[in-house]
Design a protein around this ligand. Sequence first.
Ligand SMILES: [Mg+2]
Length: 379
Amino acid sequence: MFACGLSLFAVVSFLEEISKSIGACQNVVSDAKSAQKPPAPPGFLSISRKKLLQNLEINAGARVNAWVDSMRASSPTHIKSTPSIADDGGSWNLSHPSALEMFEQIIDASKGKQIVMFLDYDGTLSPIVADPDRAFMSKKMRKTVRKVAKCFPTAIVSGRCRDKVYNFVKLAELYYAGSHGMDIKGPEKLSKSNKDTELLFQPASEFLPMIDEVYRQLVETTKSTAGAKVENNKFCLSVHFRCVDEKKWSELAHQVKSVLKDYPKLRLTQGRKVLEIRPTIKWDKGKALEFLLESLGFANCTDVFPVYIGDDRTDEDAFKILRDRGQGFGILVSKFPKDTNASYSLQEPDEVMDFLRRLVEQKELSVDCKSSVENLIEL
Ligand SMILES: [Mg+2]
């Protein structure tokens, strides 16, 4: 969703803060081990993302200060000091080349296999905007995604509530996995008689009353903090602080913590300018990807080629699944070098659209070729 993970500048600033207060965050950096390691290149994690995020989880006993440090690091005011892809001497580009530049190689790798497309929404199909309710996708992008869905099974995988992301995308022919994959629904059927075969999967449904309760409490508790916005994503909640004065971030972090302390079955993680609250169940975008592949009949297939495009830290779960399966690959949308399990990169939604268009063109070309050959045989 609009949360885009711990971006590079977040990581750099956060690590600076950690180094200042290492005694307070002993789980983050193993002092003895890290002292022996050469320093990580600028902008790269020298600690595991998992450990770092665990430190931000309220139930792991993290201090509010750690949240605020991370929130501060996500401030747009830090963007200017963030090294871009062009600034890192090309090493990130070498390890995560542009999917547009590598297009021919990608097509070669997918030959003879069924491509299945997985697309994040915010920051991937639509630009990140100040008001998350106005993160509209362009008409051109919608047209492109519609064409993609005609060529390949296509799913939107988002942190947003499924209904909300559907209202942005407005394409009935897609699969939708909302709430970080906790709310999955297949394409709408043309015939009502097929309704019993419709796909619907909600692994966290038992949490719905709790999520609603916490949503109401968070709205009430944070209303005194100007600019804070609590979003109910049905199976998870988002507290956006992109419009909150930096001086008020500590206050907001305290408010959120005060609500969550009574709900040990919910966990909190940090995204891009957002605090995310979700059930502690082991379900994420990666699990949703596996579930959808299985539902589509590709569970044990070797001739499937899943492609997942996303910009969010939560998309990393899906990138990792693809890497572990050795099938298809992930594409990270980012203008900055990041620690990622994706194989390729694209810098912004416009590049995503170009990549998708080329995939469609390639598919149409191969179908035309096939038809021509079949016509020749008939003659
Ligand atoms: Mg996103």
